[in-house]
Write a protein that binds this ligand. Structure first.
Ligand code: HEC
Ligand code: HEC
Ligand code: HEC
Ligand code: HEC
Length: 218
C-alpha cells in the first residue's frame, strides 16, 4: 500500500465522490425530508372544563349579585299575593316581558310549561314537586328527579351527567353536576355544540394521511 500512485488514485476517487455528493445534496436530488409543520392550536373553547350553564348554587358561590337579582322574586312580586298565570288562546302560558330571558319549551310539545309545575305558587322563593315537597333552588336536581325518575337514577349511578374528582373516595371528594348545569329548566333541550376538531397530522405528507382516505390540501 506504499505505492504513491495507488494512494493518489484513492484520494482522487474520494474527492470526486465527495464533490458529486455536494452537488447532489445542493440540488436536492433525493428530495428533502419534510419539515414538521407548525400545528394550529385547538380553540380555547374546547379546553374549558366547566359546564355551559351556571346553577343558582354556582351563582351563590361566586357571589354574582347581578345574576342573583332574578332570584329575588319579592323585589318585584308582592308577598302573600296570589299570582295568576296568563294563557293565550292555545292554552300556552304567556311569559311576561319582565321575564323575557325565560323561553318556555319544556319538552318538544311544551307539556311542562306551567310555572307552578315547579315553582311554589304561594312562596316564589322555593320550588315544589308535584307531590307537594318544597325544595330550595339549590336542590333543583331533586325536583327534576321527581318527574324524570329513570334519568335521575342514571345520574345517581353516574351514567348520565358528569362526575369529576376522585375514583378513590379515600383520596378526596367527587362532585356531580346538577341537572341545571347542563339543562335550562325552562327549555331543557341540550343545545347543539360544535364538535371538537380531530387530532392534527404531524406532517403534510400524503403518505401519512392516505390511510384516512382524504386529500391533503389543508
Ligand atoms: C325584575 C322584577 C321581577 C323579578 C325579580 C321576578 N319577577 Fe316574576 N314577574 C314580574 C312581573 C312584572 C310579572 C308580570 C305581572 C304579574 O303577573 O305580577 C311577573 C310574572 C311572574 C309569573 C306569572 C307568569 C304569567 O304567566 O303570568 C310568575 C310565575 C313569576 N313571575 C315568577 C317569578 C319567580 C319564581 C321569581 C323569582 C325566582 C320572579 N318571578 C322574579 C317581575 C319579576
Ligand atoms: C321544569 C320546572 C320549571 C318550570 C316549568 C318553570 N321553572 Fe322557573 N326555574 C326552575 C328552576 C329549577 C330554577 C332554578 C334554576 C337554576 O338553578 O339555575 C328556576 C328559575 C327561575 C327564575 C330565576 C332565574 C331566571 O331564569 O330568571 C325565574 C324568574 C323563574 N324560574 C320563573 C319562572 C316562570 C315565570 C315560569 C313559567 C313561565 C317558570 N319559571 C317555569 C324550574 C322551573
Ligand atoms: C312536573 C314534571 C317535570 C319536572 C319537575 C321536570 N320535567 Fe323535564 N319533562 C317533563 C315532561 C312532561 C317532558 C316532555 C316529555 C315528552 O314530551 O315526551 C319533559 C322533557 C324534558 C327533557 C327533554 C327535552 C326535549 O326537548 O327533548 C329534558 C332534557 C328535561 N325534561 C329535563 C328536566 C330538568 C333538567 C328538570 C329539572 C330542572 C325537569 N326536566 C323537571 C316533565 C318534568
Ligand atoms: C353534564 C351534563 C348533563 C347533566 C349534569 C345532566 N344532563 Fe341530561 N342530558 C345531557 C345531554 C348532553 C343530553 C343529550 C342531549 C341530546 O342527545 O340532544 C341529555 C339528555 C337528557 C334528557 C333527554 C332524554 C334522554 O334521556 O336522552 C333528559 C330527560 C335529561 N337529560 C334529564 C336530566 C336530568 C333529570 C338530570 C339531572 C338528574 C340531567 N339530565 C343531568 C347532559 C346532562
Amino acid at each position: 500500500m506504499n505505492d504513491p500512485k495507488k494512494i493518489r488514485l484513492a484520494l482522487t476517487t474520494l474527492g470526486v465522490v465527495f464533490a458529486a455528493l455536494v452537488i447532489s445534496f445542493s440540488l436536492d436530488l433525493w428530495g428533502r425530508v419534510e419539515p414538521v409543520r407548525q400545528l394550529p392550536l385547538v380553540d380555547e373553547e374546547f379546553l374549558q372544563p366547566q359546564t355551559w350553564r351556571r346553577s343558582y348554587a354556582d351563582l351563590v358561590k361566586k357571589e354574582d349579585e347581578d345574576e342573583l337579582l332574578a332570584f329575588s322574586c319579592y323585589e318585584c312580586h308582592e308577598e302573600g299575593k296570589k299570582l295568576e298565570l296568563t294563557y293565550d288562546k292555545d292554552n300556552h302560558v304567556v311569559v311576561p316581558d319582565e321575564h323575557e330571558n325565560i323561553v318556555m319549551g319544556h319538552g318538544s310539545h311544551g307539556r311542562n310549561n306551567d310555572c307552578f309545575n315547579c315553582h311554589n305558587s304561594e312562596n316564589l322563593l322555593v320550588l315544589q314537586t308535584r307531590d307537594g315537597h318544597s325544595l330550595k333552588f339549590e336542590e333543583s336536581t331533586q325536583l327534576c328527579g321527581s318527574c324524570h325518575g329513570p334519568t335521575h337514577r342514571d345520574w345517581e349511578h353516574g351514567s348520565h351527567g358528569r362526575t369529576s374528582g376522585y375514583w378513590d373516595r379515600s383520596k378526596g371528594e367527587y362532585h356531580k353536576q346538577d341537572c341545571v348545569n347542563c339543562h335550562n329548566p325552562h327549555s331543557p333541550k341540550f343545545p347543539q355544540r360544535a364538535p371538537a376538531p380531530r387530532p392534527n397530522h404531524l406532517r403534510v405528507n400524503p403518505v401519512a394521511t392516505a390511510h384516512f382516505g382524504e386529500s391533503n390540501t389543508h
